[in-house]
Design a protein around this ligand. Structure first.
Ligand code: BES
Ligand code: ZN
Ligand code: ZN
Length: 497
């Protein structure tokens, strides 16, 4: 779908369809909808008066204009109650309208944007394209049958009336479009199966990003990681035939900006290793690289929007498989930090690869570290499918994540990292174990990671729940969600504000 901005008036604009939004109260109508209604001899207000269109949130009504307007059709889309309006509802309503247009087989729409609530045109344009693009996302790459059934909108035109308005819309659209394209890239990576997205493919993606956006890239082979002392990462990689890669992308290297490290869990398939997972639902573990996908997407988005930050994206990428060479429960590993870990379960592999990646990130002397990982099933039990768990050692950084969450609608909830929890990880043979109890599993995962960041401000985002959803949400279709991309990007965008 091509999206562009134009200056003009919707009641004078010839097109396939004009998209108009309305709250449930027509007396508030202003601007384009009011003028179109007048041009149409009160047809739209009659529809509301008679109750044919109630303006309920996400209600859509397709109307033919029969020559009353230069546009062939109008899509009336509901926004619900004015006093309940916010950007999250707006993203949802935009997604519903977009899906409606697409599913009707229409190829073009024009949307005259107007101020609503307390939001500026650029905020509304940003959230409109975000809802729209993320709502109409579909993953069809690997389908060979029925490809023609996938409909697509070809062109969306967002209209502003004045030059000043148009400029502001263009700006909002650019931010929204860039970040949404990156969310879709992350979704594609997550939806692609383990036999397509291997550690090598993640490394190639990082190389491609580095080339296109003049970033530094480093891809360490297992032998190099071993020579550096990454005993935990290397242990997880041992059971697999597919070569593991330890990937680092660096943006704005050497510039005098704040340094932020983004660390993403990149397990391209998690079978559990010798502590094998039950086969029911094991196929879902192709999404165990959702953190890595988010880091790649955020790095690219940051470069495309020229954020004034020095960013280091770190991705320990490997499969976790059982074999005669695989690491075993009871093994003791020496991590890059020098600390030793007793393996209780080879299925708690995420924290092992992250331990080395977090310790490695300290070499860049970051002002902050954020890690993002599908780390624990316990997080899904605690918070459900829609919410990420956050834990950290720095109040200010946690607050920044929460603020970004409020702005993006990507929900997070804080869990504590009190010292008492560390008792669960005490080991007889090593500095600590990689598993505590089932109870408090997410926090124990967080406590484990906290041992590898020293005193650097750090937040861990456990996305095990929302990385993948079974039931679609207003602007998130079923499958890989790309969760964390908008959250982390918003945090970076606001960093210096
Ligand atoms: N990748 C899983 C976590 C996961 C589970 C993500 C379900 C998404 C949905 C992780 O590597 C894992 O297996 N964690 C174990 C940890 C346990 C052994 C302490 C878990 O959650 O059971
Ligand atoms: Zn696991
Ligand atoms: Zn895992």
């Amino acid at each position: 779908m091509k999206l562009r901005v134009d200056q003009g008036r919707a009641e004078k604009y010839p097109c396939e369809l004009v998209l108009l939004f309305s709250f449930d109260s027509p007396q508030d109508w202003e601007g384009p909808i009011r003028r179109i209604d007048a041009e149409w001899k009160g047809f739209l207000s009659d529809l509301m008066k008679e109750g044919d269109f109630k303006g309920e949130l996400c209600q859509c009504e397709l109307l033919y204009t029969h020559g009353a307007l230069p546009a062939k059709r109008v899509l009336l889309a509901g926004l619900g109650k004015k006093e309940e309006f916010d950007l999250e509802k707006w993203r949802g309503a935009s997604a519903k309208a977009g899906s409606y247009i697409r599913d009707s087989g229409l190829k073009q729409f024009v949307f005259p944007i107007t101020k609503m609530g307390d939001f500026s045109e650029d905020q509304l344009a940003d959230a409109f394209v975000t809802g729209l693009m993320l709502g109409v996302y579909q993953f069809k790459e690997l389908k060979t049958l029925g490809r023609d059934k996938f409909k697509e909108i070809e062109e969306g035109i967002v209209l502003g009336e004045t030059a000043e308005e148009t400029k502001s819309i263009r700006d909002g659209l650019r931010w929204g479009k860039t970040i949404s394209e990156e969310v879709c890239i992350a979704r594609d990576l997550v939806n692609s199966p383990g036999n397509k997205v291997t550690p090598t493919v993640l490394a190639e993606k990082a190389r491609q990003i580095s080339k296109e956006h003049r970033m530094e890239v480093q891809v360490l082979e297992v032998s190099e990681a071993e020579a550096l002392g990454m005993g935990a990462f290397v242990a997880v990689a041992k059971g697999s035939q597919e070569p593991a890669k330890f990937i680092t992308l660096e943006y704005n290297k050497g510039k005098a900006y704040n340094t932020i490290a983004l660390v993403g869990k990149g397990i391209t398939f998690d079978s559990g290793g010798l502590s094998l997972k039950p086969s029911d639902g094991m196929h879902r573990m192709k999404d165990d690289m959702s953190g890595a996908a988010a880091v790649l997407a955020v790095m690219e988005a940051a470069a495309r929007m020229a954020l004034p930050l020095h960013l280091v994206g770190i991705i320990p990428a490997t499969e976790n498989l059982p074999s005669g060479k695989a690491y075993k429960p009871g093994d003791v590993l020496k991590t890059l930090s020098g600390q030793t870990v007793e393996v209780i379960s080879t299925d708690a592999e995420g924290r092992l690869v992250l331990a080395d990646a977090l310790a490695y990130s300290l070499r860049y002397k970051p002002d902050a570290i954020l890690d993002i990982a599908t780390l624990t099933g316990a997080c899904v039990i605690a918070l459900g499918d829609y919410v990420s768990g956050i834990m950290g050692n720095d109040e200010g950084l946690l607050k920044r994540v929460e603020e970004a969450s409020q702005k993006t609608g990507e929900r997070v909830w804080r869990l504590p990292l009190w010292d008492e929890y560390f008792d669960y990880l005490k080991s007889d043979t090593a500095d600590f174990k990689n598993v505590g109890t089932r109870a408090g599993g997410t926090i124990i995962g967080g406590i484990f990671l906290s041992k590898f960041v020293e005193k650097t401000p750090w937040v861990h985002v456990d996305i095990a729940g929302p990385a993948h959803i079974e039931k679609e949400r207003p602007y998130i279709p079923r499958g890989g969600t790309g969760v964390g991309v908008r959250l982390l990007f918003q945090l970076l965008r606001d960093w210096t504000c």
